[in-house]
Design a protein around this ligand. Structure first.
Ligand code: UD1
Ligand code: UDP
Length: 357
């Protein structure tokens, strides 16, 4: 059997690393990097540090409007599928790289497999929500990280070949957390465990809006703790464009590697974020998460009491910083940390039974 993995952004390198490891020795694997992320700190360091094989093809599409970026990826992916003739194509998550892979594959011969299927924010102004909806609806085989994700698919009548198998990012966290060099990270940023907050921001609704960015940053001027801020390049560009000056509490650092990020998340007093992946990781680490969004796909983290949604509302952010200190028990939301192996076993069995039809 031969399969192609399609990926191109920071969180996708992490997901592919786990699934590819589980496929080792069980299938030929071809790796196609769309080039959606290309800065070393958003791409190559992940490939190197997570032991992901070097991509067989890097389409090097880079940044552009949604239509240009997605369509150029599609042209490259179609060529690759014709060249390699895989049995399956795996796409991950909800980015434009996911969408491009799904739209091409569904009109070709290979079976299309979506890892991290069924997530819904129910906010169609998010590009990711459109990518998820389309990808789920055209995929042959859907792997859901949570029961809620499967419920979402069933509600849309597309759950026939969908399975709850746990979350491959939870697998990754458990696999890599022992590799973390905590002392180095604390020393590098001059921080102590519990003595700092960790901030990430990259959603267009926050960073492409001067009003929202201003509301968020002016709140941080009231914080008593240092805020470590690995800044996404999109955010860096918008801060420069809006001419914003950040409060002294914020220590901007370049985007960091995954192991360093895990160390920061684990030791932060709280995480402030609009990232999807980081909400899950904060939960798994037992770090309170203050999510700078109005809604989340990862509703279980909110229901469990470890994540609070505050949007870009300065008062809510500050209130959460002061008083959000969850203590409730954390149940296992994201599976048993063997999601990737289950994906492989299920796909092999499924291909055996139906793949050749
Ligand atoms: C993308 C995904 C988002 C995911 C995020 C993970 C889409 C629509 N968005 O958002 O779902 O959560 O990745 O981090 O697929 N840039 C650089 N260097 C890079 C990459 C980007 O400078 O290596 C800058 C460019 O100015 C670019 C901007 O960041 O225009 C946005 O990049 P893009 O890949 O379009 O979206 P992200 O915000 O990274
Ligand atoms: N991450 C990282 N370094 C950073 C910021 C994030 O390694 O500077 C990791 C983070 O731990 C998580 C993933 O990248 O595993 C989340 O990616 P991101 O927030 O870019 O995207 P999202 O999950 O929102 O799609």
């Amino acid at each position: 059997m031969r399969l192609i993995h399609i990926f191109g952004t920071r969180p996708q390198f992490i997901k592919v690393a786990m699934v590819a490891r589980a496929w080792q020795g069980k299938s030929d694997q071809i790796f196609i990097h769309t080039g959606q992320h290309y800065d070393r700190n958003l791409s190559d360091i992940f490939i190197e540090k997570l032991d992901l094989p070097q991509p067989d093809i890097n389409l090097a599409i880079g940044s552009a409007s949604h239509a240009i970026q997605t369509s150029q990826m599609m042209v490259g992916i179609e060529k690759a599928i014709l060249q390699y003739e895989p049995d399956c194509v795996f796409v991950y998550g909800d980015t434009n790289s996911t969408l491009a892979g799904a739209l091409v594959t569904t009109k070709m011969k290979p079976i299309l497999v979506h890892v991290e299927a069924g997530l819904r924010s129910f906010n169609r102004s998010m590009p990711e929500e459109i990518n998820r909806l389309v990808t789920d609806h055209v995929s042959d085989f859907l792997f859901c990280p949570t029961p809620q994700a499967l419920t979402n698919l069933k509600r849309e009548n597309i759950g026939k070949w969908a399975y709850v198998n746990g979350d491959v990012m939870a697998d990754a966290l458990v696999y890599y957390r022992d590799h973390v060099l905590l002392e180095e990270v604390l020393e590098k940023y001059q921080i102590n465990p519990q003595g700092f907050c960790l901030l990430t921001l990259h959603r267009p609704t926050n960073v492409d809006s001067k009003e929202n960015l201003t509301a968020i940053f002016s709140t941080f001027a009231k914080f008593d703790h240092k805020i470590i801020f690995p800044m996404h390049p999109r955010t860096r560009e918008m801060i420069a464009q809006f001419n914003l000056v950040l409060p002294h509490q914020i220590q901007v650092i370049p985007p960091v590697g995954y192991l360093e990020m895990l160390a920061l998340e684990k030791n932060a007093r709280c995480v402030l974020t609009d990232s999807g992946g980081i909400q899950k990781e904060a939960y798994l680490m037992g770090t309170p998460c203050i999510t700078l969004r109005e809604e989340t796909e990862w509703v279980e983290t909110v229901q469990s009491g470890w994540n609070v949604l505050v949007g870009a509302d300065g008062e809510k952010i500050y209130a959460a910083y002061q008083s959000f200190h969850p203590t409730s028990a954390r149940r296992s939301i994201f599976g048993d940390y063997h999601a990737a192996e289950k994906i492989v076993t299920k796909t092999l069995a499924w291909m055996e039974t139906y793949g050749k039809q």
